[in-house]
Design a protein around this ligand. Structure first.
Ligand code: SF4
Length: 354
C-alpha cells in the first residue's frame, strides 16, 4: 500500500537516488536505469521496471514510490490551449498551461504557490506567497502534461506561471537538471525559458548555471517611477541595476535575452515610452516581447487600443529593435499571462476562477 512517507523517486536527483541505492546495499549505477524508466519510458510502477532484479524491485517498493502530481483537472480553451490545475498533495493548487503553437508545444509552468512579488498587474500577486514548489512538483507539471497529451517530440518550457522562479532558485536549478538531462526530459536548454520579475542577485546566480536556459526579464516600464508602481521589486533593484545585470549574463553568441513588456493603456504605452525603451536597451542583445495587457474584472488596467500598440511597435521597428507582439493564449479560461491564480487565496466576491 502507498504511503506518503515513502521516498519519492520522482523529482529526486541522481545523487539522491544513488544514495538510496547504496543505503539499500545495491549498486549506485542502477540509478540510471531507474531514471530511464521514469522519465524516458514514463513508467510509474516499480514492478514494471523489468530490467531491475526482482529483489531490487521489492526493496524499492518497500522504501519508495514514483509520485508525480497526478491529482489535476483540465480546462480547455477555444484556442486549443489547456490549463491544468494541480491539486498538490503537500497543499495548495498551481496552474500550468499547455499551448500548441505553430512550431510545436510550449508549456507554461509554475514555480511557487502564489507569489510574494506583488506586481500590480498580475492575478497571482493577489494570492500572496504561500510556498515554494519542490522539484517533483515543478518537473511533475511538465511530465504529467507530456504524458497526458502523449507528447513524444521535444517541447518548450517557459517558467512564467505562478511565482517568481528566482525566489525558488535551489529547486528551480534542480528542476533544470531534470529538464536538460538525457535521462530526464532531455530538452535542450534553448527550449527552456526562465522568466523573472527582476531579482538581480539571483539572476546573476542563475547566470552561473552550466547549461543556461533562455532568460526573460519582465521590464514593463521605462521609468523607475512607473516601474515602482507596477513592480515593487524595482524599489530594490531599479531599471538601471536590472539592465546592468542583464548585460553581465553569459548569454551565448547568437542568443538574446527577452524583455517582456506588458502594454497597459495610459500607463506605459506612449510614444515617449517607446523612445525611452529604445534608449534603455541600447547595447543589450535582446528582443522585446510586447504583451497587450490581458484584462480581468478584478484589475483596473486596460489593454491599449490596437493603433496604440502598433504605434509603439513602429517606434521600436524604426530603431531596429527586434520585437514581437505576443497575444496571449487561453484568455477565455483565465490562463493568459498575468491571469493565473487559484481559488485558494482569492479574495473578494468578484474574483474570477479561470
Ligand atoms: S508577474 Fe510574476 S513575479 Fe509578478 S506577482 Fe505575478 S507571478 Fe509574481
Amino acid at each position: 500500500m502507498k504511503t506518503k512517507s515513502k521516498f519519492n523517486l520522482f523529482g529526486a536527483s541522481a545523487a539522491e537516488i544513488k544514495k538510496l541505492l547504496t543505503d539499500l546495499g545495491e549498486p549506485a549505477f542502477r540509478e540510471k536505469q531507474i531514471r530511464h524508466w521514469i522519465y524516458v519510458k514514463r513508467v510509474l510502477e516499480i514492478e514494471q521496471m523489468t530490467n531491475l532484479s526482482k529483489s531490487l524491485r521489492e526493496k524499492l517498493q518497500d522504501a519508495c514510490e514514483v509520485r508525480p502530481p497526478l491529482n489535476y483537472e483540465r480546462h480547455l480553451s477555444r484556442d486549443g490551449s489547456i490549463k491544468f490545475v494541480f491539486h498538490l498533495e503537500a497543499g495548495g493548487d498551481v496552474e500550468a498551461v499547455y499551448m500548441p503553437m505553430t512550431k510545436g508545444v510550449t508549456m507554461c509552468l509554475s514555480s511557487q504557490v502564489g507569489c510574494a512579488q506583488a506586481c500590480s498587474f498580475c492575478m497571482t500577486a493577489q494570492m500572496g506567497f504561500i510556498r515554494n514548489l519542490t522539484p517533483a512538483e515543478i518537473v511533475g507539471q511538465a511530465f504529467v502534461i507530456a504524458r497526458e497529451m502523449e507528447l513524444n517530440d521535444p517541447f518548450n518550457i517557459v517558467m512564467m506561471g505562478m511565482g517568481e522562479p528566482l525566489l525558488n532558485l535551489n529547486n528551480l536549478t534542480k528542476s533544470l537538471d531534470h529538464f536538460v538531462d538525457a535521462l530526464g526530459l532531455n530538452l535542450s536548454p534553448r527550449r527552456i525559458t526562465v522568466s523573472t520579475s527582476g531579482h538581480v542577485r539571483n539572476l546573476l546566480k542563475l547566470g552561473e548555471y552550466p547549461r543556461l536556459p533562455r532568460i526573460a526579464v519582465s521590464l514593463n516600464a521605462t521609468t523607475d517611477e512607473q516601474r515602482n508602481h507596477l513592480m515593487p521589486v524595482n524599489l530594490k533593484w531599479n531599471i538601471e541595476a536590472l539592465l546592468a545585470a542583464c548585460r553581465r549574463l553569459p548569454i551565448p553568441p547568437r542568443e538574446r535575452i527577452t524583455l517582456e513588456y506588458v502594454l497597459i493603456e495610459g500607463l506605459n504605452d506612449s510614444p515617449a515610452d517607446a523612445k525611452r525603451l529604445v534608449r534603455l536597451v541600447a547595447n543589450l542583445r535582446c528582443k522585446i516581447n510586447l504583451i497587450p495587457f490581458n484584462e480581468t474584472p478584478e484589475l483596473e488596467y486596460k489593454q491599449p487600443a490596437l493603433p496604440v500598440i502598433e504605434r509603439f511597435q513602429e517606434i521600436l521597428n524604426r530603431s531596429k529593435i527586434l520585437n514581437t507582439v505576443r497575444w496571449s493564449k487561453g484568455r477565455d479560461i483565465g490562463a493568459a499571462c498575468g491571469q493565473l491564480a487559484t481559488p485558494i487565496a482569492k479574495r473578494g466576491p468578484n474574483l474570477r476562477v479561470g
